[in-house]
Design a protein around this ligand. Structure first.
Ligand code: GDP
Ligand code: MG
Length: 178
């Protein structure tokens, strides 16, 4: 087997409560049900080697955004050091969707070279009756901000691995084009 590539640093961004830690815990391989995830609060870093398209990649996932002060030096540092970003909103919370756009703008300001892979994620897509942001709004926002888009449900474990695999594919494309 070929040696793994990376480690890639992937940063989770988004409003409080949108499901970043829930996504991170799936990434971390936690098999616990949603009920016990409170134990994971407080800012964490997960390392994982995963195989995508037959190639191993080692990924460091940062779920530290909420534990840092708004606009702090550490948040700024987070935006500067990530190799890729996952910007999460909840489809049930329009303000988190607007916040995701703000984050995209902020990210663009922090990063000079704009070839950094970014995925906009509409999480909680299982909560269909509480939907405040349509799929097409999510999709067009991603198009405007030149990033990929996916809807996920951490609760149902729907589209969560495609999300992480997508980020790794983007990171490889970028690597291969350098
Ligand atoms: P964070 O603040 O962005 O880290 O959000 P959390 O991961 O802590 O999730 C906030 C709340 O939303 C928790 O009560 C989770 O159980 C819940 N949650 C997270 N993802 C989903 C999801 O996909 N569907 C539903 N129904 N609830 C979710
Ligand atoms: Mg969290």
């Amino acid at each position: 087997t070929p040696a793994s590539v990376g480690p890639f640093t992937v940063v989770l961004l988004g409003d409080n409560g949108v499901g970043k830690s829930a996504l991170a815990s799936i990434f971390a391989g936690a098999s616990d049900s949603m009920g016990s995830e409170c134990e994971l609060y407080g800012g964490e870093i997960f390392e994982q080697t995963i195989t995508v398209d037959g190639e191993r990649a080692s990924v460091t996932l940062l779920d530290t955004w909420d534990s840092q002060d708004e606009g702090s030096w550490t948040q700024q540092r987070c935006l500067q050091t990530g190799d890729a970003f996952i910007i999460v909103y909840a489809i049930t919370d329009r303000s988190s969707f607007l916040r995701a756009s703000d984050l995209r703008v902020q990210l663009r300001r922090e990063r000079e070279v704009d070839r950094t892979p970014i995925i906009l994620v509409g999480n909680k897509c299982d909560l269909v009756r509480c939907r405040e942001v349509s799929i097409s709004e999510g999709r067009s926002s991603a198009a405007v901000f030149d990033c990929k888009f996916i809807e996920t449900s951490a609760a149902m474990q729907h589209n969560v691995w495609p999300l992480f695999e997508g980020i790794i594919r983007q990171l490889r494309l970028r690597r291969d084009s350098m």
